[in-house]
Design a protein around this ligand. Structure first.
Ligand code: TNX
Length: 519
């Protein structure tokens, strides 16, 4: 054997080994065993795996996907320790490819083969696809320190799109105030489960939480306390815009609520002229409802409402202004109806759509008004008769401030105890007879905060009920089943723990994870 031949015989296997070590090792994996909430519409497995590597990039087909790509990078980088550079162009092996494509609103497809993960859809669809991809990776991906990996995803195809176009949560920042960072975390948590609206309750008897430049005492005086007498607080308009932008990057639309004509004590305390007797009220730190009302007979009231809605519209790119309208027990009905009619005109004059609690259906609804059903089905139906759509927030199922059971340390129970199974086992389209899916805009899960004081409290009430409500809004009802869902939910425990989410470890769920770390 000559020397050349020997060289080749040695050289080839060495190159071969080197080459093989650079390739993604494809380990058999089954995508249909993926544990995703909300359940995707369709999952097909091809039995192999993709592995994220130190050399992987996040490749975008279009510059408009930059912020989604950076959010994805922000999730993957700390735990993998990889740089996962964001680049525009054509992907190579090992890359994640985000591809802008026209199609159904918010729909996406994830195609995973051994060489590449491609997420295709419209811009929101790609963002939701990214949220699905997070859940296809091991829970350790959510850690904020470098973890060992490997970072494998099963191969196959997921195609997915939402059932309802409006999937939201309401956070009451009036009863207790929550600062910008808390609201950003709330946006992170809801958008992880593909909720796309955040309704903020910005005013109530106990506090006014948004700066209104033409009526400055609303925030400085009306926002100075909260339930229990604590310090309170408010968002400057700059803070609010920061939240709107942060939400928009996550395809979450903010809906600001100014509750009226009732639930207005904070405003009535800030400006004497808003009261019929011309006397300013004291600030209120209790939790009763139904005692306050704007003076519906005074012109100044409508100048006030106009100023507030004008300023709010300027910092609200979303379509809706929520005018409250609930529990106005101190406003006679013959005053309530003309008031709501006039306020609706103000909202539409600023090119916004009206959203209000179900009581507003007693008034003459303007075109495109949406009635938020929380209490009375007859109100929801009155809305539909007037051509309105209904946003479903039945208190007995969706109220995140209800106690789980009689031993829950936080929450109220006027609408009943809402265990995790109770909040999941229902369907918006069959909840109210005579209300069909076509009448329903979507679903919203509110968190009132009379008893909720900290971010830990928020998380305890929201987890694990919110992911189930998100699934009700996203996944077709015939694909949902509590017995199957509870297993999927139980498998999220480790993710909650790694993300330091303070969740309620409900006995209705077969939890799988590390031993409980915090209560
Ligand atoms: C009813 S729901 C309210 C809120 C309370 C909540 C407490 C609704 C439109 N009004 O003012 O915070 O109950 O669960």
């Amino acid at each position: 054997m000559n020397l050349d031949r020997i060289k080749w015989l040695v050289f080839f296997p060495v190159i071969g080994l080197f080459w093989a070590s650079c390739q993604t090792p494809s380990v058999p994996m089954d995508l249909t065993e993926a544990n995703v909430i909300p359940l995707p519409t369709s999952v097909e497995a091809t039995g192999s795996s993709f592995e994220l590597m130190a050399e992987s990039h996040i490749v975008i087909s279009d510059g408009s996907l930059q912020s989604t790509a950076e959010i994805l990078q922000g999730i993957l980088k700390p735990s993998t320790g990889y740089s996962l550079e964001v680049v525009t162009g054509i992907p190579s092996d090992g890359d994640i490819y985000l591809v802008l494509e026209q199609g159904d609103a918010e729909a996406y497809t994830i195609s995973i083969n051994e060489d590449q993960v491609a997420i295709k859809g419209d811009a929101p669809g790609i963002f939701w696809g990214v949220q699905t991809m997070r859940q296809l990776l091991p829970p350790q991906i959510e850690a904020r320190t470098v973890q060992p990996g490997p970072w494998r995803i099963a191969t196959g195809t997921i195609t997915d799109k939402p059932t309802y176009t409006y999937r939201g949560s309401m956070l009451d920042v009036a009863r207790h105030f929550f600062g910008v960072d808390d609201v950003k975390r709330y946006i992170d948590l809801i958008s992880m489960y593909k909720l796309n609206y955040l309704h903020l309750g910005l005013s109530n008897d106990q506090g006014w939480r948004i700066e209104i430049k033409s009526w400055p005492r609303l925030a400085t005086h009306g926002g100075s306390t909260e339930v229990g007498g604590g310090e309170g607080g408010y968002y400057t308009q700059e803070d609010y815009v920061e939240l709107v932008d942060y939400a928009a990057d996550r395809f979450v639309t903010m809906v600001p609520e100014i509750d009226m004509p009732g639930h207005t004590n904070a405003a009535l305390a800030s400006y004497a002229e808003l009261n019929c007797d011309g006397k300013a009220r004291d600030l209120y730190t209790g939790i009763e409802v139904g005692f306050s009302t704007l003076c519906t007979d005074k012109e100044v009231t409508y100048r006030f409402v106009d100023d507030v809605i004008r300023e709010l519209s300027l910092i609200t790119p979303g379509p809706y202004i929520h005018i409250g309208g609930d529990e106005s027990h101190a406003t006679p009905i013959d005053k309530y109806i003309p008031f709501v009619n006039r306020v609706q005109q103000i909202v539409t004059s600023y090119n916004k759509k009206v959203l209000g609690w179900d009581e507003i259906a007693n008034a003459d609804l303007v075109k495109d008004a949406v009635v938020q059903y929380w209490d009375r089905a007859d109100n929801a139906l009155k809305g539909v008769e007037q051509g309105a759509k209904v946003l479903m927030s039945p208190a007995s199922r969706t109220y995140l401030d209800m106690q789980y059971d009689s031993t829950s340390p936080l929450g109220l129970h006027w609408a009943g105890y809402i265990e995790v199974d109770t909040s999941y086992i229902w369907d918006p389209a069959s909840m109210v007879e005579a209300l069909d899916q076509d009448d329903i805009l979507g679903i919203e899960t509110p968190l009132w905060t009379e008893t909720i004081e900290t971010m830990d409290d928020i998380e305890y009430m929201v987890f694990p009920r919110m992911p189930g409500i998100a699934e009700i809004g996203w996944t077709p009802s015939d694909q949902r089943d509590w017995e199957e869902y509870k297993v999927r939910l139980g498998k999220q425990k480790e993710r909650f723990q790694i993300m330091e989410i303070n969740f309620y470890e409900s006995a209705t769920v077969p939890w799988e994870g590390i031993e409980k770390v915090k209560g």
